[in-house]
Design a protein around this ligand. Sequence first.
Ligand code: MLT
Ligand code: MN
Ligand code: ZN
Length: 302
Amino acid sequence: MKLHVLGSAAGGGFPQWNCNCRNCSGLRAGTLRARARTQSSVAIGEGDDWVLVNASPDILAQLRAAPFLQPARALRDTGIRAVMLVDAQIDHTTGLLMLREGRPLPLWTTRQVREDLSSGNPLLSVLEHYCGSRWHCIEPDGRPFEVDGLPGLEWRAVALSSAAPPYSPHRHAPEPGDNIGLFVSSRASGRSLFYAPGLGEIEPQVDALMQRADVILVDGTFWSDDEMIALGVSSKRAREIGHLPQSGPGGMIEALSRYPRARRILIHVNNTNPILDEDSDERLRLDAEGIEVAHDGLSIEF
Ligand code: MLT
Ligand code: MN
Ligand code: ZN
């Protein structure tokens, strides 16, 4: 089985359209050793059958860059057998509208995410006027489930402490199911991976899955809790919007040291994060810890 990274950046992408921070301007000017990145999405599967996990606003460019997702068996075709969403945020959901020309989308989300996408951000209601969707409920209880057409994969979802989007009716009253992490195992190889692009805290049920995973792909949004405040681009702290920063006591680097057996990769990286600069001290620190930074096009076998 494979996980293919379609987009490795957080909301806004890298460079972000209106941003002239050191990273964004350095990338545009060609003075920074870094790669451009599109917004957060991965495809999991093999051959002609894939689950699109998160539908990024950059999906059309991502599909062009991943020809295996267009097997061309018919006049209208796709290798996307289902779409699964880990939350209802803009960067993970607005790409659904770009898939409107196809057949009804098999869509896997929690009850909470479906509710947000039918109320605060009524994407699913809009989609009903085009292809529509066939909803499958994800229970974030850690129990195994299977997606039609991909019998080789076993999925488990776990509720995460992170944050629902600003337009969610439960933005200020978090519910289990607003954000999930996915534990995916290949029945053939027995290998597994854990994917959680928005992760605010590693609670016991999350720790248990991370202990078992051969590959861990987790929240790489911010290096420091006050990163956006220090740069003067926002008043929000990383932890406040549901992202565990990498540095400092209790940060992601320290947390990942508990899983030395796994391949550990940061994903959903914000354009302000110094780890995007491949020559930065922060990136060298990750190298020394054996922690990778995902890039668009990265393919992982499991
Ligand atoms: C997040 O991950 O916190 C959101 O995607 C941020 C955003 O889209 O503005
Ligand atoms: Mn995001
Ligand atoms: Zn920037």
